[in-house]
Design a protein around this ligand. Sequence first.
Ligand code: UDP
Length: 239
Amino acid sequence: MEKKEMMYEGKAKKVYATDDPALCIVSYKDDATAFNGQKRGTIRGKGVVNNKMSNYLMQRLQAEAGIPTDFVEELSDRDTLLKKVSIVPLEVIVRNIAAGSFSARFGVPEGTQLLCPTLEFCYKNDALGDPMVNNYHIIACGWATPEDLDTITDYTFRINAWLKEFFKGVNVDLVDFKIEFGKTADGTILLADEISPDTCRFWDAVTHEKLDKDRFRRDLGNVEDAYQEMMKRIFGTQE
Ligand code: UDP
């Protein structure tokens, strides 16, 4: 399958059309942004890590947790063939441990273990700064139907449960993460976008060292090393 015209260029990925109207190709870049695009940079090798990690997790979530995804086939280090979906305009955020905007907003110190996993939705709109919204906002504005929101909520908690166990096995605490869902032409909800150190907070289970994009956001140094370390923990000596 070959890339045709570019349909979309985002902060970290480009998406291309293919000869098949039901499929597209995503190409992961090394570009990094934070704080709604105000901070920009490059993380060498990030595109390869995010492509491979995300594809691996999507395939296992599909096989072992029964989550339908848009993954079709990894084409190269940076390129993957996907089912074409229209993205539900929500950032779906799950938190197991307080960090980032949760800590800032609610005054709960970073690192506080939450008593249960929490779910947040943000409306995907850069101009508005991706505001947090609730189920009523989503249904009232038509961003998702009640049925689709139920499906998304069910999938999201199952995804969290599976990912938390998986990362525990590689000595990493899954602090929080953001996922997105898409809808196919026939109305099926699929897990879409990526699951990577760009979209998850990963802390070493023992040292609590940050192994994710917070190293870039907060200028902590060793950003590339953190991405490579996560790669090593997941793929071991295979990579
Ligand atoms: N996140 C993301 N994209 C966003 C906002 C958040 O991937 O536009 C992820 C982020 O990496 C973290 C989780 O969602 O794993 C929760 O992020 P938070 O709301 O704390 O925002 P941040 O502090 O990253 O601005």
